[in-house]
Ligand binder design. Structure first.
Ligand code: ADP
Ligand code: MG
Length: 355
């Protein structure tokens, strides 16, 4: 045994011993690729076998969802988009119908800052493809043309299982909500098979239920500057944490970075924000809200968060100032205490505040 191997072996033994002292039940983990990122599942309070079969079950679920909501690979969503562009009345694929309904409500609550009807704009900017390196921004005339067509979720009428668009510019892109909805469905599926303590984490966006052997789950919040975690949150019960950041997908063109969150009012990547983290019980709402508040920016997030019923927000603006509501400030454990922080007025009236 080399010295390094012996050291590692000792370290492992010490870690296992420490675990035993804390009487921590094992956390079973598994991961797979879905929605173009790694999805990590952590499950506690069940046997290894139960956890493994649950992880397999979720891998299948995510593969189906990935296909159902893919914005450019041929499937139910591209078919839906073709029919929306034609303006005909059609039977909506079941995998798409609920997401349209939920999106209509969330778009309205966000003043259309979360607007999954802007698929054409997302495509024009080059974000409807796997790799974005080497892309260049579109010309201004093409952007203006799409803006003038003003695609909105409210242009789609739903009648039972049927849908119809009265605006041919509407093209759905569920990039800002699909992951959240997928995580909600995954958590419901876990509960159905008797799992009460778990985290479903897709590329840093997650929903956690129950606890880790009676202790809250500890969640790291990514720093948009990339240097270690910005802070930690402790979750117990049933909560989701979602972050939208300009670092997720972007490309460099003539010295300027263009990222994947588009401001539907300007047609350009939203300015003024580096990242937004939202806590909410429902992952679908958390996902849509993180995107909407990113677009709303330092001056607009508070009003939109109130409209969407969000109680915990952290926004980092382009000057690296952190904006939080008081309830979020109470919950987050910041690693760098010297960071400039601006605390807003409460998002909800103090007597309504839980936790
Ligand atoms: P991530 O996918 O990195 O978690 P988001 O949840 O914010 O980030 O989703 C960004 C994706 O949503 C984009 O790649 C695009 O597909 C789509 N999108 C971009 N801008 C908007 C917007 N204003 N409203 C709704 N969807 C958007
Ligand atoms: Mg989102």
């Amino acid at each position: 045994m080399s010295t390094t191997v012996r050291f590692l072996a000792l370290l492992l033994a010490a870690t296992l011993l420490l675990g035993a002292c804390e009487k921590t039940g094992p956390v079973h983990r598994g991961s797979f690729l879905a929605f173009g990122t790694f999805t990590d599942i952590s499950i506690a309070g069940v046997t290894r076998q139960q956890a493994e079969s649950a992880i397999e079950m979720l891998e299948e679920d995510f593969a189906i969802m990935h296909k159902a909501w893919h914005a450019w690979a041929p499937g139910p969503l591209t078919r839906t988009n073709n029919l929306l562009a034609e303006g005909v009345r059609f039977a909506t694929p079941p995998s798409v119908l609920t997401l349209i309904q939920i999106s209509k409500r969330l778009a309205q609550q966000s003043d259309d800052l979360f607007n999954p009807a802007i698929g054409r704009l997302v495509r024009l900017w080059g974000f409807q493809q796997d790799a974005v390196e080497g892309q260049q921004p579109p010309n201004n005339a093409a952007i203006t043309k799409l803006l003038q067509a003003n695609p909105s979720m409210q242009d789609i009428t739903i009648d039972g299982i049927h849908a119809q668009s009265n605006n041919p510019a509407v093209q759905l892109d569920f990039g800002a909500i699909g992951k959240g909805y997928g995580i909600d469905l995954a958590i419901e599926h876990l509960k159905e098979v008797g799992i009460q303590n778990a985290i479903v984490n897709s590329g840093g966006d997650l929903r956690a239920i129950g606890s880790r052997d009676g202790r809250p789950w500890r969640i790291a919040i990514r720093n948009p500057s990339g240097s270690g975690p910005l802070g930690f949150l402790y979750l117990s019960g049933d909560e989701s944490v979602f972050t939208s950041g300009d670092y997720e997908r972007n490309y460099l063109w003539q010295g300027k970075r263009y990222h994947h969150i588009i401001d539907p009012r300007t047609g350009y990547p939203a300015e003024g924000t580096r990242s937004v983290t939202v806590i909410h019980n429902n992952a679908t709402v958390a996902d849509a809200a993180a995107t909407a508040l990113f677009v709303a920016g330092p001056g607009g997030w508070h009003r939109i968060a109130r409209q969407m019923g969000i109680r915990y927000v952290l926004l980092i603006d382009s000057n690296n100032v952190m904006h939080m509501n008081p309830a979020m400030e109470k919950r987050i454990r910041l690693t760098d205490k010297s960071q400039l922080v601006e605390i807003s007025s409460p998002l909800i009236d103090p007597e309504q505040q839980q936790k």
